[in-house]
Design a protein around this ligand. Structure first.
Ligand code: ARG
Length: 461
């Protein structure tokens, strides 16, 4: 058959069942442009090695240009008999330049070094796009922090009221992990920035082809040190899968809070109509589907990573066909984030926060008790004793069904002579916020500085 890249040693063709199992064009066709770029670079090193003359090289490059135009326009697509993207493109190439010239291109390369290289090219491109989308989300969080810069809310641990914090501080606590995800993508790129071309099937090429020239041509800083590693390893793919899963997990934590915040019970936030959904039966419903899909898709992204790692586990060197199973999960991770991130960013950008509700709840649940204890420490009371005194204030309030600021001066002195009326200066949300003024704290001045640094981190990328 014209189309198969092997067959000389076989008496007959593959069974239909095998052909169907083996087929990968329905997912690897997205690598077609990178495959053609690889072929151009390969043709040039064939010329440099003296295996093509100038006319042959020109003919090949022209054929590849025409093939690429037809791929881009959709005039050329894989057929069922094309096992994979490489097979389909070789068929298209031979259809355009003839079997004599077309049959020379494959010398000294293997689908094993091709695919390892193309996946890296594709993922490096996608990593940059995903990073841009993540930074857009960070910017949406920074914008919300700025628009709500002085809004206080209940800070929680164990989901219980703990200490008041600024909403801006809380929102930026979701932004910094995303900044680190962008840094992870950038750092990952250093390891992805290596071409596997020249590795051949596993042992390298005997034809004097220069792997470094191909690498440079394809935008890589170097070619692999070891041809077996070049064709058999997929840790770079798995690492990409980790970063995409981590992005999913980071989104899911914010998603969960948005889901909670938009409940009647919390009433912290209202979703914009354009980023919420209704119910087919309950006319009043306004549902946070984007946040729920984000929470759900984080499971999918983790599954993609788990699938990748499981495929790699225990695989002997060098190439095994199992490695073809790396593509669907990692492509799924790319597609999932590219669907999810714009919707998620739109939802975050259009959230309306309810200042009054958040601020009303901020001091409730005795969230100022730590402030009493720390006020006592500043008055030289040992913290152990201060903790007991503040705890006694909470107990008395609970008995009477009142809040800490409702205690009278007499109540305070009865609990401890250290508790003078001056303690009231920290018994307000503002006082509490202002007092947490060390670097990284929720004091308004620190949070304003933090916002500046967050914006700078975005601008840096
Ligand atoms: N389609 C394969 C992959 O995705 C590359 C082809 C290698 N096939 C082979 N029989 N050596 O990994």
């Amino acid at each position: 058959s014209v189309t198969r890249l092997w067959g000389g040693r076989f008496a007959g063709g593959p069974s239909e069942a095998l052909a169907r199992l083996s087929l990968s064009t329905h997912f690897d066709w997205r690598l077609a442009r990178h495959d053609i770029a690889g072929s151009r670079a390969h043709a040039r090193v064939l010329r440099a090695a003296g295996l093509l003359d100038d006319d042959e090289l020109a003919g090949m490059l022209d054929g590849l240009d025409r093939l690429e135009a037809d791929v881009v326009s959709g005039a050329f697509t894989p057929v069922l008999e094309d096992e994979d993207v490489h097979t389909a493109l070789e068929r298209g190439f031979i259809e355009r330049v003839g079997p004599e010239l077309g049959g020379r291109l494959r010398a000294g390369r293997s689908r094993n070094d091709q695919i390892a290289t193309l996946v890296r090219m594709y993922l490096r491109e996608q990593a940059r796009l995903i990073a841009q989308e993540v930074l857009a989300l960070v910017t949406a969080l920074a914008d919300q922090a700025q628009a709500n810069i002085d809004v206080a809310m209940p800070g929680r641990t164990h989901l219980q009221h703990a200490q008041p914090v600024l909403l801006a501080h809380h929102l930026m606590a979701h932004a910094w992990p995303l900044v680190r995800d962008v840094e992870r993508l950038r750092d990952w790129d250093r390891r992805a920035d290596v071409s596997a071309y020249g590795s051949g099937a596993l042992a390298g090429s005997s034809l004097g082809l220069d792997p470094e020239a191909v690498a440079a041509d394809l935008g890589f800083s170097a070619s692999v040190e070891n041809s077996i590693d070049g064709t058999a390893s997929r840790d770079v793919v798995a690492e990409f899968g980790f970063v995409t899963a981590m992005i999913g997990v980071d989104l899911s934590r914010l998603a969960e809070e948005i889901i909670l915040w938009s409940t009647k019970e919390f009433s912290f936030v209202t979703l914009d109509d354009a980023f919420a959904t209704g119910s087919s039966i309950m006319p009043q419903k306004k549902n946070p589907d984007i946040a729920e899909l984000a929470r759900g898709k984080s499971g999918r992204l983790i599954g993609d990573l788990a699938g990748l790692l499981t495929t790699l586990k225990g695989l002997p060197l060098a190439y095994n066909r199992d490695l073809q199973e790396d593509k669907e999960p990692v492509f799924d991770a790319v597609d999932t984030l590219q669907l999810l991130l714009p919707a998620f960013t739109g939802m975050v950008a259009t959230l309306r926060f309810h200042r009054e509700r958040m601020e009303e709840l901020a001091p409730q649940g005795f969230s100022l008790a730590t402030d009493i204890a720390e006020w006592l420490v500043r008055a030289r009371v040992p913290f152990r004793e201060a903790h007991e005194i503040a705890g006694a204030c909470v107990r008395l309030c609970e008995e009477r069904g009142i809040d800490l600021p409702d205690l009278t001066d007499a109540d305070f002195t009865a609990i401890s002579p250290h508790l003078t009326p001056a303690v009231r200066e920290v018994l307000t949300v503002r006082g509490s916020l202002e007092s947490r003024s060390g670097k990284g704290g929720t004091a308004p001045a620190r949070v304003a500085e933090q916002l500046t640094r967050l914006r700078a981190a975005v601008a840096d990328h």
